[in-house]
Write a protein that binds this ligand. Structure first.
Ligand SMILES: Cc1cc2nc3c(=O)[nH]c(=O)nc-3n(C[C@H](O)[C@H](O)[C@H](O)COP(=O)(O)OP(=O)(O)OC[C@H]3O[C@@H](n4cnc5c(N)ncnc54)[C@H](O)[C@@H]3O)c2cc1C
Length: 529
């Protein structure tokens, strides 16, 4: 049955869903081409962007080169990065940092006035621009939100929860969004000449995550349900050092702390990373996360010991982490911080090209919900805000050059109140237990069966369908990839294949994998999927 639509609005220009760094930067680069930015929460505050602590990677430091940045990106990606995409991102990175400076981002400066750069894991040079130590995300978002509000061509509408893409003759022509006016829920169709998804990641589909509740993977789910090609969905990155103080989302002890020399120790003070990897605490994220996971599964506790490396400077150099620790009764200058891995970043996403275009006409995807091929199987630290900037600028240029604003019709919606349903606890538990840091065929089969049950029990609630579609893509991709690579570790296929291929699949492909799996006999036959 078709849902009742309370209002149809035709916007004059593009419609951007999401007001994180990807959404706002795309809107700013699009000006003076008109656009509406739609978000369920307050722009500049919602999503992961405002929580980013480390900073943004760009070869702006003395002696650094974009070639070295691209090479580090490719090395971290475990054989699956698209080298052309890595090169174009690394090449364009400094210009996007200068854009942010123009928009008012207050990046830290060195004594000589040049941009101060820090070093993070798996970067061969100091190339992370930051703000007041660990406030990069919050400060950049504040600057972008301010700039967007001052820009005439940008209209920001908050309080709307998008649930479905609108498709006409095979083209995306807008989206359906829900909102609440007092006790009354309304469904609105917003039509636009171009739709940009900038909805962020999927971490909140996991029980332990650094992502806020908005990161439910709904943009990916909406695109998948409309038939879009999804790339590399199985690759989820787990941050090794979320602060283990039973908070949701789990706060982060930024990677920059290990860059400063902080060490990982167990409850006896034993350092375990030197025995695992030559780069010890600065090894790639997946290596560090799995090493911590194994220590925890082995019955140990794990701590990040910053006493020597940061010590008395903690409060001034890492004020955000310092405050979080103090609130939990820990003084990180004198006490080790308890840590555990948490779902953090989705390398996969809606397949998109160098202009941010997806496989569906009229639909672009930018930021964490997209998959450009930059990250491959594992993201290099501080490359994700950068990816949003580079492709936000490119998509904006593409839309400006190739689409034409319409005449607007209907009354633009006034800000209202969004009520996105929470991720069902059962879904979060399934993803954490079976599609987390270590996976195997029988667990992934179980996950597919349980996701289908959760979906059926929820009727046809579109928001839930978005989440289960995304969860299914992750699990089906993981089941189909019979090797371990980057962020994807199969305990039943621990080796990495000689040559890696990227995953490209639709929701229909994932459904076929689930159906074939359900029909397969249990046991070793399943493992050979
Ligand atoms: C704690 C933390 C620290 C990080 N540190 C760094 C770092 O130092 N450097 C780095 O490069 N990366 C970092 N990352 C990753 C980076 O922050 C994200 O990848 C990036 O911010 C994603 O930006 P985005 O604009 O794509 O999505 P988000 O910033 O997540 O924004 C998504 C937007 O979409 C909206 N939205 C989603 N679904 C809907 C819907 N159905 N209807 C309406 N609105 C919707 C949300 O409300 C939000 O406005 C960090 C991530 C976390 C969680």
């Amino acid at each position: 049955m078709k849902p009742h639509i309370d209002n149809v609005i035709e916007t004059r220009g593009a419609l951007i869903l999401g007001a994180g760094v990807a959404g706002l930067f795309t809107a700013l680069k699009m000006a003076p081409f008109p656009c509406v930015v739609l978000a369920d929460e307050h722009p500049g505050v919602s999503g992961s962007s405002a929580r980013a602590q480390g900073g943004i990677a760009a070869s702006v430091g003395a002696g650094d080169t974009w070639q070295s940045h691209a090479a580090d990106t490719i090395a971290a990606g475990a054989g699956l990065c698209d080298p052309e995409i890595a090169a174009l991102v690394a090449r364009e990175a400094p210009d996007r940092i200068f854009d942010l400076l123009r928009y008012g981002a207050p990046f830290d400066r060195a004594a000589d006035g040049s941009l101060a750069v820090g070093r993070e894991a798996a970067h061969s040079a100091a190339r992370i621009v930051h703000v007041k130590g660990d406030r990069a995300g919050a400060e950049v978002m504040q600057a972008l939100a301010h700039q967007a509000r001052e820009t005439e061509s940008i209209r920001i509408i908050e309080g709307f929860h998008a649930i479905e893409l609108a498709v006409e003759d095979g083209r995306i022509v807008g989206l359906f969004a829900r909102t609440w006016h007092g006790p009354i829920q309304r469904l609105i169709l917003i039509r636009a000449c171009a739709v940009v998804l900038a909805t962020g990641g999927l971490g909140a589909l996991y029980s332990v995550s650094t992502n806020p509740p908005e990161s439910r993977g709904e943009g990916l789910g909406m695109a998948a349900r409309a038939g879009a090609l999804i790339a590399d969905p199985e690759f989820v990155q787990f941050h090794p050092t979320a602060i283990a103080i039973n908070k949701d989302p789990a706060p982060l002890a930024t990677e920059a702390l290990r860059g400063e020399g902080a060490t990982l120790v167990d409850e006896t003070g034993r350092r375990f990373m030197p025995a695992v990897h030559a780069d010890a605490e600065l090894a790639p994220r997946d290596v560090v996360a799995r090493a911590i996971h194994r220590e925890l599964v082995g019955g140990h506790k794990v701590f990040l010991d910053c006493r020597k490396a940061v010590g008395a400077e903690f409060a001034t150099h890492f004020p955000t982490v310092y405050e979080i620790c103090r609130e939990a009764g820990i003084d990180p200058a004198t006490q080790p911080i308890p840590v555990a891995p948490a779902a953090h970043y989705h390398m996969g996403g809606i397949a998109s090209d160098a202009r941010g275009r997806t496989s569906l006409d009229g639909l672009w995807a930018i930021g964490e919900c997209a998959c450009t091929g930059l990250h491959g199987a594992n993201r290099l630290a501080s490359n994700s805000l950068l990816e949003a900037l580079v492709f936000g600028a490119r998509a904006a240029e593409d839309i400006r050059a190739n689409t034409h604003p319409w005449h607007s019709r209907g009354t633009p919606p006034a800000p209202a109140r969004s009520a996105a349903p929470p991720v069902p606890r059962s879904l979060r538990e399934v993803m954490t237990r079976y599609a987390g840091l270590e996976r195997d065929a029988s667990g992934l089969s179980e996950a597919l069966a349980r996701i289908t049950q959760i979906e059926r029990a929820g009727g046809h609630e579109p928001s839930l369908l978005n989440m289960t579609a995304t969860a299914k893509m992750v699990v089906a991709g993981a089941l189909a990839r019979c090797e371990s690579r980057g962020g994807h570790y199969r305990s039943d296929f621990q080796n990495t294949a000689a040559t890696g291929t990227r995953t490209f699949m639709t929701l229909a492909d994932a459904e076929r994998i689930a159906a074939a799996d359900a029909a397969a006999p249990a046991g070793p036959a399943r493992a050979a999927h």
